[in-house]
Design a protein around this ligand. Sequence first.
Ligand code: CUA
Length: 330
Amino acid sequence: WRVAPLIAIMSLLLSGCGSPQLSALMPRGSVASEQLFLIELSIGIMGLVIVVVAALYFIAIIRFRKRKGQTGYPKQVEGSHKLEIIWTVIPIILLIILAVPTVYYTFLHSSDLRKDPNAVQVKVTAHQYWWEFEYPELGIHTAQDLVIPQGKKVALEIESVDVTHSFWVPSLGGKLDANRGLVNTYYLETDEIDTFLGKCTELCGASHSLMDFKVISKSTADFDAWVDGMKKPVTVAADAQKGKDLFDANCLSCHAVDVNTGSFGPNLNNIANRTKVAGILEHTDENLKEWIKDPNELKVGNKMPAFKDMLQDNEIDEIVKYLNSLNNFK
Ligand code: CUA
């Protein structure tokens, strides 16, 4: 009975694995499917070993138990070349069965596709606590939403500007560390059109658990339309001009809104088209306003200063109006 609470906690924890968005057991792309095959193969081998060893154990303790009337030691055995060879060779064979596909897929998935003309190139840069996505061939910088075309390999070049993070999209593949000063290569692909949840999976500071992002796969035509919309300059509506002036004076030193530039903070080009505010909040005017007022309240330890004491409430409203007008996809 002492283990009952433990079992209850374990089943609660495991039930959390049922989220299709965050389950490596429900793959939606080729890399994740191949990784699931490795998981199943290793669990299968482990299961086989447990069953065989447990069976031998029970056979031994039952067959060679002390029987009634038995006196003295049973027959002593010292060394058996045959047995020793068997229990050396079988694990070697099992390890080879496990190692060959593991090594093959590990090298395949981290293969460098940066020169592959058929792959979409994306530079992934991890920051405390957000993700920057640059498409060097397309001239696009964006953040938090990684938009990819369906059915095409997306070659990732993963790096960090500060501490070590880790890139993981459970249903598409991962994980791969994002290190400062060291580029890791990886790729993802999916035949489906959907939005997939991504997470940072390396403890990187106070808001590690909030370092979420999205992978949004689109049909080829929709992806091309997205590229066009991202590259087109956004026209500022007349009623958003005041907000633009305030943004330029207060925010532009950290946030680019021009698609071609990287910036210290997330690039906000077409931000009104993004699914979330800061990767974690529903994209509403109220949440964007709350974020600008005090970002550290919502994501502890992030580098954006609070504007609640630097700007009037109505000025923040104007900035929100401007940002939420930045959308070429309406
Ligand atoms: Cu970034 Cu954890």
